[in-house]
Write a new protein. Structure first.
Length: 589
């Protein structure tokens, strides 16, 4: 039978590495005689295997693995032992590029030696079994092994680590909890990943000024927990709030259910303090509501670790509302549900949360958390009101009126706190619920004008047919911030490829509808190509100029967020929309 193997240059995968992958595949195939491969047998790669320098192949009953990369002698036998069959004997070391390996080993030794002078031994990791937990963030389809992981414990150590890396011209990738969904904290293969997990102290809680000063590694939810005794909380509430750090939130300008009413991270942060790429102290914003000079706070918030390493954040706290109630409204038509969202806002109401789930998503979460969702609805809306009991009663009444007029087929209003939390339990567990119905999912994140919600959801339904993959939708409808979850199996390279195309189509259709390629998850590596569609070369050059103003040597999180000219030219060559070439002035390669 014909057998196809493919390795594509993706992210940091060089042409040399692609050749190595293919050589490895050829080597393992040579172990099997042609007779052993029967028609109908399948060959496949393990999850993300090519990116992890190992591929697993299965022919009928037998299984083999081949290493195509740099597995050290400790990790490799453990991996080999995982094989189900006695075919371990077929393990082969494929031809490796000695010069590439030697260069990496030399560089690693150099960086470890330099950092050993500024960090204690336990704060420095470089053996593969120690650094593998850092190889990706929440976007697990893309991985890279860091050269070294640094875990500084004091500001002095952060400054010294940055300075040492700068002197050696080594890239640095800051990392919080690694829950990012766009690959922002994915390591640079020749760089230092700086984990800031140890900066986890709440330094000051001031109920009078309603502010808190916290270190960057403090978890989002921990701030609200610490503020609770004062009747206060930190409003931006990403669904990952139990794990994600405030440093990561600031770097991504994270949002959440409450952000429609209370604002994004940017609107809830007063001051950020940290270090430049050279290890010099830097500060943005002020404890006061306004700071003299240019507003660089709004530049650094959302800068995805490209401008500075942030160590301390002053956040605003808001009073906990006396009452919150939630409406669950069913719609028999996606268009009616989408339009109802726009109508609520147009009526002058800013709900404390306005979220939407489509039928596939509702089915997945209902099966998981039994929140009482209407399984016959094409879409359901969750609309929350908070404030004093009088305010809530008045706002709930007005929202019910608008939703009824918009064609809601059923409306339930929470009668008590337990019921309200039950309504939200489905929304908050949507991602894990998706993990139960598909081996993998990729969560996209774009924003469109609210009035186009129905249009994009219907367009996504067409894309499901086009790419042959299912998609479930759960999102911050009030903000027009979509989160389509494309369901796929990462063990199948073709499905991963179709998933990538599907995702890019969603992002670029959002732009065509007047929206943006990002919502709250950042650009990272995931949306690099789609940035070429949204921004002109001149705009991208301005972004680069801003980066260089802070980081002239481009060592902080390089290769992320701002696509290169070459990448966009290549991408432009592949994407011809409506017969028109984007950026026609660019040379094509
Ligand atoms: C189940 C799930 C649900 C999610 N829900 C939401 C949601 O509702 N809303 C939302 O906005 N996001 C959501 N996210 C995405 C993610 O949690 C956020 O982007 C979060 O802010 C990332 O924080 P982190 O500490 O994990 O950062 P990381 O993933 O470690 O890093 C993210 C980026 O920040 C940079 N960075 C981290 N710390 C620093 C620092 N101290 N200084 C400089 N740069 C730094 C990194 O270099 C990287 O570019 C979700 C993720 C998951 C897995």
């Amino acid at each position: 039978m014909p057998l196809f193997a493919e390795s594509r240059p993706r992210n940091f995968r060089t042409a040399q590495q692609v050749q190595r992958d293919l050589a490895a595949v050829r080597a393992v195939l040579s172990v099997f005689s042609a007779d052993a491969i029967q028609p109908g047998d399948c060959a496949g790669f393990g999850r993300g295997s090519l990116d992890r320098d190992v591929c697993f192949l299965r022919f009928g009953g037998v299984q083999a693995a081949v290493r195509s990369g740099k597995h050290d002698e400790v990790a490799w036998p453990a991996m080999a032992a995982q094989l189900e069959t006695p075919m371990n004997a077929a393990l082969i070391s494929a031809p490796q590029d000695p010069s590439e390996q030697a260069h990496r080993a030399h560089r690693q030794a150099e960086v470890v030696a330099a950092l050993s002078t500024v960090l204690p031994a336990h704060a420095l990791l470089w053996q593969k079994e120690d650094t593998i937990p850092y190889e990706c963030d929440g976007l697990t389809a893309y991985r890279a092994m860091p050269l070294v992981v640094a875990l500084p414990e004091s500001e002095g150590q952060v400054a010294a680590t940055l300075k040492a890396c700068h002197d050696l011209n080594v890239p640095v990738v800051a990392r919080g909890a690694g829950t990012g969904l766009s690959g922002g904290a994915m390591p640079h293969p020749m760089g230092v990943t700086m984990s800031l997990a140890k900066f986890n102290r709440i330094l000051k809680m001031d109920p009078v000024s309603r502010t808190a000063v916290v270190q960057c590694g403090v978890r989002n939810l921990a701030i609200s927990e610490a503020a609770a005794p004062y009747g206060l909380y930190y409003a931006p509430d990403p669904s990952s709030q139990i794990a994600c750090t405030i440093g990561g939130n600031v770097a991504e300008n994270s949002g959440g259910v409450h952000c429609l009413k209370y604002g994004l991270t940017l609107h809830n942060v007063l001051r950020v303090r940290g270090f430049t790429v050279e290890g010099e102290p830097i500060e943005f914003g002020a404890e006061a509501l306004d700071a003299p000079g240019l507003d660089l706070l709004s530049v650094v918030v959302g800068s995805e670790g490209m401008l500075a390493v942030m160590l301390e954040v002053t956040v605003k706290l808001v009073p906990k509302p006396r009452l919150a109630r939630c409406i669950m409204a069913s719609f028999d038509d996606i268009r009616k549900a989408g339009d109802a969202v726009a109508q609520v806002i147009a009526a002058g109401i800013i709900p404390a949360g306005l979220e939407m789930m489509d039928k596939p998503m509702t089915a997945a979460v209902e099966d998981y958390v039994h929140a009482g969702y209407d399984l016959n609805a094409e879409a359901i809306l969750l609309c929350e009101s908070d404030g004093t009991p009088e305010e809530v009663e008045e706002e709930i009444g007005r929202m019910v009126q608008v939703l009824r007029a918009g064609g809601a087929t059923a409306i339930t209003v929470s009668e008590n706190e337990a019921q309200r939390l039950k309504f939200w339990s489905g929304r908050k567990n949507a991602f894990p619920a998706s993990g139960r119905i598909s081996p993998d999912y990729m969560c996209m994140d774009s924003t469109i004008p609210r009035k186009r919600l129905a249009d994009i959801l219907l367009a996504i339904q067409d894309m499901e047919k086009k790419y042959g993959l299912r998609c479930a939708n759960v999102f911050h409808a009030g903000d027009g911030n979509l989160h389509p979850l494309i369901l796929f199996d990462a063990n199948d390279p073709d499905q991963l490829h179709r998933c990538e195309l599907f995702g890019a189509d969603i992002l670029e259709t959002s732009v065509a509808m007047g929206g943006t390629v990002t919502g709250e998850h950042g650009v990272g590596v995931e949306k690099l190509s789609s940035m070429c569609v949204q921004f002109s070369p001149a705009e991208r050059e301005q972004m680069l100029a801003m980066k260089r103003a802070f980081d002239p040597t481009e060592l902080l999180n390089p290769g992320k967020v701002i696509p290169s000219l070459v990448r966009c030219a290549e991408y432009g060559k592949m994407h011809v929309r409506k017969g028109l070439l984007p950026f026609p002035e660019l040379p094509r390669f």
